[in-house]
Structures are given as structure tokens and as C-alpha cells.
Design a protein around this ligand. Sequence first.
Ligand SMILES: [Zn+2]
Length: 141
Amino acid sequence: METFKIVCPECTSVNTIKTQVQTIACTHCQAELDDPFPVEVSDESCSTHINENDIPVLVDFYSPTCGPCMAMYDDYEDAALGFPLKVRFLKVNSDEYQKVAREYGVSALPTIIAFKKGQEVNRISKQLSRVELSLWAQSLI
Ligand SMILES: [Zn+2]
């Protein structure tokens, strides 16, 4: 049976799940792994999500004081809800977590970066609409 790895959105534990199972809970904290809601990550947890998830990962580097970033906030969330266990949507508060923003060479906000198995696929440094975000996520699957 085919398996794939999903990083828990709550506790950052790496779970190996089978493709046919019905309920998908983290073996460590019981959180729902198929919760599509964007995950706020830190310097530490960001790289675990990027490197350990077998599904594609989108990372939104934002700042609470950046107008276009906050204008995209709801659209990013809405787009994420369409991709449970297909694409993991992450958010990095770049004011709080400057280390990870530097590590990925983020110089403008918002910057959204797509990763597959830890490798950057592409990045866009501007506000995107819900439809643009959804199409991008769809193209990663
Ligand atoms: Zn967990």
C-alpha cells in the first residue's frame, strides 16, 4: 500500500500515512492531518514542513504591518481550504521569524514560495488573488 509523509500542523511531528485510510490523525497529538487551514510556522518548524512533507508546500512570507500582505490574508486562507492533504499552506510572520526569511532569501513582502520535497519550485513577490493562489496550488499537484 502506498504511503506518504505529512507533517502535523499542530505539533510538527512527521506522520507516515496510507493513501486509503479514512480518519487521519497525528499519532503524536491526535490533531487532524487533513486540516487544510494555513499553518503559522516558526524558524524551527518551517523547514520541517518544507523538507518532510511529501505533498507540495506553499509558504507565505508576510508581515502584519504590510498592507498587500494583510489584503491577501483571507484569500490565502480560502485557497488553502480547497487542498486538504494535497498542498500544505504555511505562513511565516517575517517580522517575528527573520531567520527563516533570510534563509530563503526573502527581500520583499509578500513573497510566496512553492516547494516540492524540499526543493523550491518557484516564487512570486506580490499580492495574489484567491483564484491565482488556487491555480498555482493546483499546478503543484
Ligand atoms: Zn501532531
